[in-house]
Every structure is written in C-alpha cells, then in structure tokens.
Design a protein around this ligand. Structure first.
Ligand SMILES: *Cc1c(COP(=O)(O)O)cnc(C)c1O
Length: 228
C-alpha cells in the first residue's frame, strides 16, 4: 500500500499536470486534504509530508480533531466542507478557519456574530447547487448574488468564493457541463463587482475536469487517504 507521502506526491503531480495541460500556473490551484473519517494520526502523517490544509465534513468530528491536534493549530488551516445547521454555528465560528458551505443568510449572520474577536475573520464560500432539486444543499444560482452581497456586508466574515459539489457523472461531458455552470456563477458574481479568489470544486475523481473549468481549490480525500 502506498504511503500518504506517496499519495500526496501523486495528487500534487496530477494537479500540476492538469494545470500545465489547461494553461494555468501550478500555484493557481490549492490542495485541500479531506480528512473526514480518518483519525488525527493520519492528519499528522500528512502534515509530516508537508500538507497544511485539511477539510472536515462533520462538525463534531472536525471539532474533536482540531482539539486533538491543538499542538499544530498555528500551522494548520481547517476548512468545514460539510453541511452546517444554524444550531452548530457557534462551535464552527470558534474552531474553523474556513466554511465552504454557507447557503443561507441566517447561518452567515450567526457565524458573523459568533466569530471570536481575537480570531481573524472567518473565510467563507457560498455553496451553490447547479444540479437542480435533487440536492438539498446549496442555493440556486439565481440567489447567489443577493446572498453574496449580504455576506460581504458582515464584518467578521470574509467572502472568498463559491463552492459546489456536483453530482458525480460517468459521462465526462455531463461532468464538464456541471462544473462549467459553477464557474459561470463565480464569473457572474465577479462581473457584478464582488471580488472573489476561490472556486472550490473538484474531488479525487474529477480534479482534472475541475481544473479545466477554473477550480482554484480541489478537495481530495480518497486519493490521499484511501477508501472510507
Ligand atoms: C468527501 C468529500 C470530498 C472528498 O471526496 P473524495 O472523493 O474522497 O476525494 C470533497 N468534498 C466534499 C464536500 C466531501 O464531502
């Protein structure tokens, strides 16, 4: 079995090859290591191999892992990439550096109120749903601009971009179409004058396609840590 260091090298190579293939600079894409369901020791192993940014899906699990790795807190960046209910915002505002899944103003307002004053503003992305009714999370593209404008006015949040979790498709053209719709939302917000630098899309299976469509941050679990 490959070590985490070997997997990290492989994923980094995939990212840089995709960047060169699609005419992008290798440093235009950030790797977020998705450590959900894996224990703290696994995060330490990835840290030892040079990885610094980690994504967690479940609030409780993420909070416990951040606490377990408190000795590395200053060197790690923790991202919440899973759904966030409004009754869990306080611990998230106190624990994470980033939240990718803001899809309601109420959640944004609570995070803003609850972000401790001694921490930097919480970095956030708006989650958009471009796949229609079948996905319960994320706002439809037509509602992205008003939400982005409202989030921008909250001083303890910093709006960084757009996140999406397109339903996986075996058909590469359908997959590309999904990803390009997310990119279109990102472009429409920046065209409306909202400065954004993060397009969070792409996972183990589709990171090349996501990079082709403009992703700046790929969220990779399985290809680094193995099957969950
Ligand atoms: C689990 C998860 C990932 C990582 O998926 P892999 O296929 O394991 O790379 C990325 N983003 C989100 C939101 C996830 O829940």
């Amino acid at each position: 079995m490959a070590t985490i260091a070997e997997n990290l090298q492989r994923v980094t190579d995939r990212i840089s090859q995709a960047c060169s293939r699609f005419g992008r600079s290798a440093d235009s894409v950030t790797l977020l290591a998705v450590s959900k369901t894996f224990p703290g020791v696994t995060v330490r192993e990835a840290f030892a191999a040079g990885q610094r940014r980690f994504g967690e899906n479940y609030v409780q699990e993420g909070v416990a892992k951040v606490a377990e790795l408190a000795d590395l807190r200053d060197q790690l960046e923790w991202h919440l990439i899973g759904p966030l209910q409004s009754n869990k915002t306080r611990v998230v505002a106190e624990t994470f550096d980033w939240v990718h899944t803001v899809d309601r103003l109420k959640v944004a307002e609570r995070l803003n109120e609850q972000r401790p004053i001694d921490l930097p503003p919480l970095q956030v992305c708006i989650q958009v749903n471009t796949s229609g009714e079948d996905s319960k999370h994320g706002i439809p593209p037509s509602e992205a601009l008003p939400l982005a404008q409202a989030v921008r006015s909250l001083p303890r949040l910093r709006l960084r971009g757009v996140m999406a979790l397109p339903a996986p498709s075996a058909d590469p053209r359908a997959q590309a179409e999904q990803l390009s719709r997310v990119r279109a939302v990102f472009d429409s917000l920046t065209a409306a004058g909202i400065p954004l630098d993060t397009l969070s899309m792409g996972m183990s299976q589709d990171l090349e396609e996501a990079i082709a469509q403009g992703s700046t941050l790929v969220r990779v679990g399985t290809a680094l840590f193995g099957e969950r």
